[in-house]
Ligand binder design. Structure first.
Ligand code: CTP
Length: 437
């Protein structure tokens, strides 16, 4: 039996006025062309959990692409259709994104293949979704605004905090859902229901993963790396026997061992620290975590992983280069050195390189060195500028930057602190008389 109830109160308690107005306007646009329109998926799940979710997925009974075009025109936004899937993304002028889909019945050519699509209604659309908690719809047409549609007892699963598939072939159709089950379980502190757990076991035993080069596994794994605490879901993946497929060379440690967990914790701590120092740092967290996981692997294993999951060429190259560069640098960093030398070694590294070094280094002084570099060394500049050198009579030319660099190094090493110190050092190391002749 369908459970319908009106969520208007909850909507007003939970969502921002801007989102409510947006939903209402989109609903009215659907009324204009006689389509039923629904917010679906994680948005509805999180509304019922009273958690903010800024990913708005809309499904219409009608042509989703034509509707998305209308929405984009109305809001003066941008419109990106995906003809093959009958979906479109609309980006509003304030960058808010709405994904619009056509209520659909998905056919799968073979297990783990990409879906073929045919038109259908909201019930069929919802019944094809991953878990009951993600299979509710909220109608947004004016007359029915706020009506929750729940065909699959989703509200009761949400109350009981259960992750449950809607049919037995769910993981056969899309094995990447196993990653999703684990992610939702850990993120929301839910549990995977016993039947669903059994189906995961069957899917793993059927080796559904080994047969496919599905990039969805990697996308889902990357979302796990972005979770607040990726270790929980990673341990769970190992418990379900999925490590042997993801990282076959971690053998014989198919399960997560102490070293694995330590590496992940170190990476997490290093990312946190980096954000404290540089709140706007652009960090590719999946590169950082993958490098830690691949710490003991060779380039062939990294390449094989990238091939298996269709990783972008650019990222694959980054993984290989970072690892090679930093593995060569690590033994050097273990030996004591002047700060200027440390700066020299670290100055061309990117954030993922530095995170990798911190995650795998065994000595805490390396962490301190990287911190010192990030907080201080990379910002140090001599007091004397090029302009001052010119005034002092130094001729412009290639020597100029060498002189400034040597002042910078001296400052890092504490050999100079005042302007007078710097001038004295110049006279000693770069006497003007030498330069002119
Ligand atoms: N979905 C699915 N099977 C998948 C991926 C997605 O059935 N393999 C459906 C689910 O109904 C999901 C919706 O598509 O709710 C949107 O997917 P996505 O944005 O990936 O998930 P959310 O549930 O919104 O999760 P999150 O909160 O992590 O964004």
């Amino acid at each position: 039996p369908t459970k319908r109830k009106n969520l208007n109160n909850l909507i007003h308690e939970t969502l921002s006025p801007e989102i409510i107005t947006l939903l209402q306007e989109v609903g009215e646009l659907a009324d204009e062309i006689g389509f039923k329109a629904f917010a679906v998926g994680g948005f509805v799940r999180d509304l019922l959990l009273k958690t903010a979710n800024l990913d708005l997925d809309i499904v219409v009974e009608g042509n989703g692409i034509a509707f998305a075009k209308k929405v984009a025109e109305h809001f003066k936004g941008k419109f990106f259709p995906h003809e093959k899937f009958l979906t479109a993304t609309v980006t509003l002028p304030n960058d808010f994104k709405i994904d619009i889909a056509t209520a659909r019945l998905e056919y799968y050519e073979s297990p783990a293949a990409m879906p073929m699509i045919q038109l259908s209604s909201i019930k069929l659309d919802l019944s094809r979704r991953d878990f009951s908690i993600n299979a509710m719809a909220l109608q947004i047409n004016r007359e029915q605004f706020g009506t929750l549609i729940d065909y699959f007892n989703s509200q009761s699963d949400l109350r009981n905090q259960v992750i449950r598939v809607l049919h037995n072939l769910s993981f056969v159709e899309d094995p990447s859902r196993i990653f999703r089950a684990i992610r939702f379980e850990k993120r929301m502190n839910f549990h995977i229901g016993p039947h669903t757990k059994g189906l995961i076991g069957n899917a793993v035993a059927m080796n559904l993963f080994g047969k496919s080069r599905d990039s969805r596994f990697l996308s889902e794994l990357k979302i796990i790396f972005k979770e607040k605490d990726p270790l929980g879901p990673l341990v769970r993946l190992a418990e379900f026997g999925l490590f042997q497929y993801l990282w076959p060379d971690l053998r014989p440690n198919y399960r997560t061992d102490r070293r694995f967990c330590h590496g992940i914790r170190q990476t997490k701590a290093a990312i946190k620290k980096l954000y404290e120092i540089e709140p706007k740092a652009k960090i590719d967290k999946s590169v950082a975590f993958l490098l830690t996981i691949f710490h003991r692997s060779g380039p062939e294993e990294i390449q094989a992983f990238c091939n298996r999951f269709n990783e972008e060429e650019k990222i694959c190259k980054k993984l290989l280069q970072t690892k090679q560069r930093c593995d060569a640098l690590l033994p050097i960093l273990y030996t004591p050195m002047a700060k200027s030398e440390l700066h020299q070694h670290l100055q061309d590294l990117n954030y993922e390189d530095l995170l990798y070094i911190c995650s795998v280094a065994k000595k805490s002084h390396i962490h301190k060195s990287v911190l010192d570099y990030l907080c201080q060394l990379r910002h140090i500049k001599p007091l004397l500028k090029g302009k001052d050198l010119m005034e002092m009579g130094y001729p412009r030319g290639p020597k100029f930057s060498e002189i400034l660099n040597s002042l910078k190094r001296a400052k890092m090493d504490g050999l100079v602190s005042s302007r007078a110190d710097e001038e004295e050092l110049l006279q000693k190391n770069f006497p003007l008389s030498n330069l002119h002749c």
